[in-house]
Design a protein around this ligand. Structure first.
Ligand code: FAD
Length: 383
């Protein structure tokens, strides 16, 4: 297993970073300070790197990039602007899902706009009473002729109020447990649904929304996969989703580390740069060590995903460690910056706020722990 990026991956990293520095980074401060939702015109800029098409096969109109290269881009995007990262990766994941699981008609209907980043997607699984236990979905889908009528509420949905197309998980009447849940492609322009934005701690430029479906008529042809096969399909993509989150965390951890090194060298107290104090060095060394360990775990898991090797344990290690350790890293970055670290004059307070939700996304830390426990012990503590 290689721990270093290949020459091609290094090139992608450098070129993508240079592009982000020029096109995206200059926008971030104003948007974040004003808590302004970033527009689709900004998301569209990423199409210069075919971001949404990265993991889609060429025959479906994609680029067929290897998974590690995609992860390198996710890290850079997260380093530049996490709000943009979360909207763009959600759309990219949706492109992969539709390309691999959709019918020819579904591909034709939804892929061109999503692949070109003219449209964006969202995944609607979580509900007011349904979180870690995804098998308890309450949203209903009742068959009515050549349509399904969807009724229920989804919540905490990234990009929900901006999305042109949502993958909505709903229980078809009569189906119990995980096997009763189906996935539907719901287009706003075809099957309109109500949305309401939810205020939150960070990621202020990417809306988080509640979606309300009130007998929303969705063509039966929009059911993705088999009836009752929705959760199985969602679980199939979990390893790559978790590794994706690990790289998103890394992007912010690396940014916090870089900012802290630079600040510690510049800031003087007691007539010396604070970098010369042993206790400040200890904070920087511990941050750096955590970033390095997280990177190694994430790289290993990414390589396994790329090789299509079973990696439930490795993906959960990578996700759990990177997200929890980067919470500590971004928190310590505030300490290195002293009182200024708490102000909006420096980016580190935003890094902490933007990072914090990643210990919940794609399965909480506790759920990752139970998955790893099950892998090690062969006994499930939760399902
Ligand atoms: C910013 C953000 C973006 C999100 N985006 C999306 C999205 O796009 N689409 C979507 O569908 N969802 C999304 N979510 C929702 C996210 O997936 C859920 O928050 C997550 O699955 C946890 O569910 P919950 O919040 O209901 O917590 P709960 O499941 O209610 O858990 C509460 C606490 O109990 C713990 N817990 C639960 N069960 C167990 C157990 N068996 N053993 C030990 N501890 C347990 C959890 O770890 C947690 O600490 C998003 C959330 C956030 C914060």
């Amino acid at each position: 297993m290689g721990f270093e990026l290949t020459e091609e991956q290094r090139l992608i990293k450098d070129n993508f970073r240079a592009f982000l520095e020029k096109e995206i980074v200059p926008l971030v401060d104003d948007y974040e300070r004003e808590r302004r939702t970033l527009g689709k015109d900004i998301i569209k800029k990423l199409d210069e790197f075919r971001f949404a098409a990265a993991l889609v096969s060429e025959d479906a109109g994609g680029v067929d990039l290897d998974f590690q290269s995609y992860c390198v881009m996710v890290e850079e995007l997260s380093r530049a602007w996490p709000s943009l990262r979360t909207l763009a990766t959600t759309s990219a994941m949706m492109c992969s899902l539709i390309a691999s699981r959709g019918t020819a008609e579904q591909r034709e209907k939804c892929l061109p706009g999503l692949l070109a980043m003219d449209e964006i997607g969202c995944f609607a699984l979580t509900e007011p009473n349904v979180g870690s236990d995804a098998s308890s979905v309450e949203t209903k889908a009742v068959r009515s002729g050549d349509h399904y009528l969807l009724s229920g509420t989804k919540t905490l949905i990234t990009g929900g109020s901006m999305a042109d197309v949502a993958v909505v998980y709903a229980r078809v009447s009569g189906g119990d447990g995980a096997g009763g849940v189906s996935a539907f492609l719901v287009r706003q322009d075809e099957s309109p649904f109500e949305t309401r934005d939810i205020a939150k701690m960070g990621m202020h430029c990417a809306p988080l929304a509640e979606l309300v479906f009130d007998e929303c008529a969705v063509p039966a042809a929009n059911r993705l996969g088999e009836e009752g096969g929705g959760l199985k399909m969602a679980l199939h993509g979990l390893n790559s989703g978790r590794v994706n989150v690990a790289f998103a965390a890394l992007g912010l951890g690396q940014a916090a580390l870089d900012a802290s090194i630079s600040y510690a060298r510049d800031r003087e107290q007691f007539g010396k740069p604070i970098a010369s104090f042993q206790l400040v060095q200890q904070m920087i060394v511990e941050m750096s060590l955590k970033v390095d360990i997280a990177r190694l775990l994430a790289m290993r898991a990414a390589e396994m995903v790329n090789k299509k090797v079973e990696c439930r344990r490795e993906a959960s290690y990578a996700k759990l460690y990177a997200t929890e350790a980067m919470v500590e890293v971004t928190n310590t970055a505030i300490q290195v910056h002293g009182g200024y670290g708490y102000t909006s004059e420096f980016a580190v307070e935003r890094y902490y706020r933007d990072l914090r939700h990643l210990t919940m996304a794609e399965g909480t830390t506790q759920v990752q722990t139970l998955i790893i426990g099950r892998e090690i012990l062969g006994v499930s503590a939760f399902v």
